[in-house]
Every structure is written in C-alpha cells, then in structure tokens.
Design a protein around this ligand. Sequence first.
Ligand code: FES
Length: 355
Amino acid sequence: MAKPEFHELTIAAVRQLTDDSVAISFSLPAELADHYDFVPGQYLTLRATVNDEDVRRSYSICSKSGDPLEVGIKKLKGGLFSTFAQSLKAGDKLQVMTPQGNFKAQPEGKHHYLLIAAGSGITPCLSIAKSVLDQEPESLITLVYGNRTTASIMFRQDINDLKDKYTTRFVSINVMSGEKQDAECLNGRIDRDKVISLIDQKLLNLSHCDGVYICGPAAMVEDVKAGLGAALSDDVAIHTELFTTGDVAREPAVVNVPVDSDALSVRIIIDGAEREVKMNPQSETVLAAAQKAGLDLPFSCAGGMCCTCRCKVVSGKTAMDMNFSLADWELEAGFTLACQTRPLDDSVLLDFDEF
Ligand code: FES
C-alpha cells in the first residue's frame, strides 16, 4: 500500500450526476502521476476547511485505471463535506491523499466478477467494472445495483454506456425500493432474501463467478454476504467495503484495557522519527492522543472503516475497539488501526512507515 500523503490538486471538472451527487475529477501534475497510481476499488481522502473546521472524508475512485482521477460524492443529510462538495467547481483546489484501500481488483486474466452496490456504494464498483471490461477482454461483469428511484441512480449514464459497449460481457440489474418494476423480485432493498430470490428466478447467474465485491451500508453488506454464502463455492473471494457502520453494533475491545493504566506511554514511528505520547487508554485511542500531542498521523474516517490509519505493532500489547477494514492477513502480520487502538501495556511501539 502506498504511503498516505496529501498533495494539493486542482479540480479539472465537476459532473452533476443526480440532484444530490457530483463526480469530481482532478488534474494531476506529471511529477505526481506515480503517487496517484491506483488499483480499481481504492479511494481518495479529500481534505478542506469547511465552516472553519478541518474536515477530511474518503471517497472511492470511480474512473478506470489509466484515466484521470475521479470520485463520486453524494450529499448526505447533515454531511459537512458532502454538502460543501456540491458547490465545488473546476479550478478549485483540494488537499487529496494518495490512493488507499484494500477493496481492490487488479485487472488480469479471465474472470466473472459479481458486483453488488447500494446507493453511493457504486463508486468503487464502477471503477472495477470499467477497468476489468477494458483490460480483461474475456472477463464478465454482473452488477446488482440498489437505489430508491431511477432519478437517484448515480452514474446512470456511465452504466448505460458500459451496457452499450460491452453487450455480451456486462449485465446490470437494477433493484428499486421506491419505484415499481415489472419483475417483482427487482423491487425492494438488496438483502439476503433479495439475492437468493434473484438467483432462484435465474436473473442472477453465478456460473463461473470467481470474485464478489460488495459495497454499501454495513448491514446490507453482511446480509448479502450471508445470502451468497450457500450459492458460491468456498474458494470464491468475497471482498467488502463499508460506507457506513452506524447500523451494525460490535463490542468494543476496550473492556480489556487495565483500569489503573491512566497514563501509558506509546512510542510512534512516522517519517523515520520516533515520538512518545502519554495517553489514557480508558478515554482515548492512539489517534486521538497523538492528535492532542500535535502529531500529524494519517487518518480519514476515524471509524475503523477505511484503514488510512493502518500501522504496525512492533512491540507491546494493544486492542482495537472496532475493525471493519483490516483483513485477516494484516491482523496476523501485526497491523492495527490507530483510530481504534488502545495500548494494554507500557511497551507499545507503533510504526507508520511499515506498509
Ligand atoms: S481512519 Fe479510517 S480506519 Fe482509522
């Protein structure tokens, strides 16, 4: 994974996708081109001062690899950055972090990928679809995309263009929760039963499917994963990306933090330098404590979803409150999320320079 670092980029163009969503593309100076190489499915963290507040949010890249960087941003109710983003225009400048994320499909070989997205969860799936169809001439893509109405479909034109261009290799299935469609199983929300029903009705053909990518709210992602379990062989990799976690409850690991440890030391290596931070693991995470101490650690969601704050535990014992983004192999290799990590003893050393 590339080292997370911000650069100021200029907005090249803004496309209005729906009444409440835009796609923003960036101009990339030649000297930064390598820094922003991305694998389809990855995201950018955008940073700006909004209402005097330093705000950063991550948005998935929707363009195909090799094309100019473009992200899709849907306005959320009360969303500080997503509301601000609707007024951005060509020529404006934003701080943009180098691409991050584990939700990736590196185009090569011959595959049948199933992409399942709800709402703005389409953005990384669109990048994967465009890139795979363009760069894997024998691969197939099936997209199941859930929205409320036709008017709320982000990237409707892009998806139609893919259907026209790849008539035999791209199948797109729209599921609508607020607009009646002829086939009953295309109505409602995407969940476990919906997936099973699409398979039973033979609208969803999983033959030779060898990779699944699901992106949307946490409850939908976990539900769909359960629905697909029985229909796919065990060796099919299911990749997931969460856009929100608010609807899923998980027990924080903080119960393991010693009660008398009100001032533990954590040493942090970043950009080759080591700093020591005193913190109370009962009341704050490593990221929060480091920010208080004036240390500029990489982060974006601060909610365990994006893995921008990933670092390696070199020594000592730690616990994470939540983890929605690190894969098993990363946990086994000793990686942790600083925004969720609390030290359990006084010998913790975290390395942000390890990738
Ligand atoms: S900042 Fe997103 S997981 Fe920590």
